[in-house]
Write a protein that binds this ligand. Structure first.
Ligand code: AGP
Length: 590
């Protein structure tokens, strides 16, 4: 959600802070702000809208903090933008303070006034109220009163070379680079600026004193830490004026190759052993990652005959799941910081389950919580709409499913060996970009659309619909093809687009029948399949044939034309695919 950053640098602190803030903007773009502690106190600049609104005369100082906001409490406005200030302090916050109303009432009763509607402002007011000369102690004492989740970075005018930070259930990493040290919500925002990083654990504090970073407990005692080397691998570069989303879709084959290379070096024995012996297998994930998990659940139960329960992480955590010792939870997340997924993992671990994480961020909270990490090597994903990370998640999960089959039967399923050709097939699927753009042009005026499929194709359909909703702001619904006639069909009228994904030969005719039923009611059906010749004359528009992989692997490629379609549909409708309204990349609050 929000992104926070802090920087100490003897020279160019403002510029370094702004550069990190621009990189961090995918975490929220409702407003942005910076504060620097200098000789004459703390200078603050904050504005509604994008980080670029802050560009101007550099603020002086060697220690600074910055924020990009995804609004939770209070609308996007200059007043609600961070940093918030009180007395000698300025603060940026990511998270949600659940007892903020009680704290606000308490502080108001003592005569405090508030200038924003945010929950965050109470933290800085509390720090100012508790301050008696010891900067660190005031922040620690204030944090002890907070309920909820927070990563904060605080400046104090009395200590202009220091930043005090705290993290609890919100991510925070420390980074060291040439001539500057940083604290930040995310490692990718620091790529290029730091060579070493170290994440904070829940309840830890980070104390930046000049160019030194000390991890501390609440009582101030230092916590020894090891920083690890970091370098950017596989981040997308925008081509010309293009979007990150286009660049990231184009990177799918590289991500698949890198992920496969990483999987080949992975010891699957512990995971496969627990999977084979598992009483039950659960998955927990959100959004796109949930669609990948659903495809995995389908494949694992089909191929390994292991029952799998796939749940949206936000439901898993409150659903009192039947999970316990001997069970396995597979948690899937690009960022590894999604609050709902993390809570599902914590619950599963409390109950004794084994947790396998499929994650794109090896230093993330999820990666550190898991008993076993399968890393997707998609490279940093900046566009809010997940694309290449989804294909890489599918690859990891299919690899895992194949290992489970092997440990159960001592044989790998035949399709496992075809994973070697997955990157090439994804490369061929990328060639559908122009056809997807033409389709988007033809459907530019559509105000709603359906995506249907059977078997694993229904998850690809769900992913296609999510992409259209998320970035093109057109109502798009998915349903199993056979369910269409059980209610959803009622909304179909003349010209209504219905996209069907059909990659299983055995189910092709059934899906074609569903399209025919929709067409009879005026729908405009489009079929995505590798079996075009067999569907010729079915009355649906045939999208250029999908590249062919063994059927269980087809979701790796069949989603690509849908990703292209959503991207072009969005662009043609005049929107920015990288920054959909109301959303942010990393959903670190509930
Ligand atoms: C996908 O396009 C979305 N931005 C969203 O559904 C995302 O996949 C979801 O929030 C989960 O994020 P994660 O993979 O970082 O956990």
């Amino acid at each position: 959600m929000c992104g926070i950053v802090g920087c100490f640098a003897e020279s160019g602190c403002y510029e370094k802070l702004m550069a990190a803030l621009v990189n961090l903007e995918y975490r929220g773009y409702d407003s942005a702000g910076v504060a620097l502690a200098g000789e004459k106190g703390i200078a603050v600049r904050k504005k509604k809208g994008a980080v670029r609104n802050l560009f101007g005369q550099p603020l002086a100082g060697t220690a600074g903090i910055g924020h990009t906001r995804w609004a939770t409490h209070g609308k996007p406005s200059d007043e609600n933008a961070h940093p918030h200030t009180a007395g000698k302090f300025a603060l940026v916050h990511n998270g949600i303070i659940e007892n903020y109303a009680a704290l606000r009432a308490e502080l108001s009763a003592r005569g405090e006034t508030f200038s924003s509607e945010t929950d965050s402002e109470v933290i800085v007011k509390l720090i100012a109220a508790l301050y008696s000369g010891d900067f660190f102690a005031a922040v620690a004492a204030a944090c002890a009163r907070l309920k909820g989740s927070y990563a904060v970075a605080v400046l104090c005018a009395d200590h202009p070379r220091e930043i005090v930070c705290a993290a609890y259930k919100s991510p925070l990493v420390a980074g060291a680079g040439k001539g500057a040290v940083y604290v930040c919500s995310d490692v990718p925002a620091l790529f290029g600026a730091v060579s070493y990083v170290c994440p904070a654990e829940d309840g830890e504090f980070l104390h930046v004193c000049g160019s030194e970073i000390v991890f501390r407990r609440a009582d101030g005692t230092p916590v020894p830490k090891v920083f690890c080397r970091t370098e950017e691998e596989g981040g997308a570069r925008r081509q010309g004026g293009g979007s990150y989303m286009e660049a990231e879709i184009a990177q799918i084959p590289q991500g698949i190759s890198r992920t496969l290379a990483c999987l080949r070096g992975c010891d699957f024995a512990p995971a496969a052993r627990v999977l084979r012996a598992a009483g039950r297998v659960f998955t927990a994930a959100c959004g796109t990652a949930h669609h990948a998990a659903l495809a995995f659940g389908h494949l694992l139960s089909q191929e390994a005959r292991i029952p799998v329960l796939c749940e949206a992480a936000s439901e898993f955590r409150y659903g009192d799941p039947l999970i316990g010792a001997g069970d396995v939870l597979v948690a899937v997340s690009q960022s590894g910081e999604t609050a709902d997924t993390l809570e599902a993992v914590r619950l599963a671990k409390q109950r004794g389950a084994f947790v396998i994480a499929v994650c794109n961020a090896p230093l993330s909270t999820l990666s550190r919580l898991a008993d076993l990490l399968l890393q997707t090597c998609a490279g940093a994903e900046v566009a809010v709409a997940a694309t290449k990370s989804y294909n890489c998640q599918l690859l990891c999960l299919y690899y895992l499913a194949a290992q489970a089959v092997f440990f159960k039967t001592t044989r790998f399923p035949a399709w496992f060996f075809a994973l070697e050709g997955a990157a090439r097939a994804c490369g061929q699927a990328l060639e559908s970009a122009a056809a997807a753009e033409r389709l988007a042009r033809r459907l530019q005026g559509a105000r709603a659309m359906y995506f249907i499929g059977r078997g694993a194709d229904r998850f690809t359909a769900a992913e296609g619909a999510l992409k259209v909703r998320e970035i093109a702001y057109v109502f798009a619904e998915s349903c199993p093809a056979g369910e269409l006639k059980h209610g959803t069909l009622a909304l179909v009228e003349e010209g209504f687009p219905v996209f069907a994904v059909a990659t299983a030969r055995a189910l092709l005719q059934k899906t074609v029948n569903s399209l025919a039923e929709a067409r009879a009611r005026g729908a405009r059906p489009v079929l995505f399949t590798q079996y075009g010749a067999e569907a010729a004359g079915c009355g649906a528009e045939l999208f250029p044939p999908l590249p062919s992989l063994p059927e269980p692997l087809m979701p790796l490629v069949s989603v690509i034309p849908l990703q292209w379609f959503a991207c072009h549909f969005c662009l043609l409708r005049g929107f920015d695919p990288d920054r959909p309204r109301n959303l942010a990349k990393s959903v670190t609050v509930e």
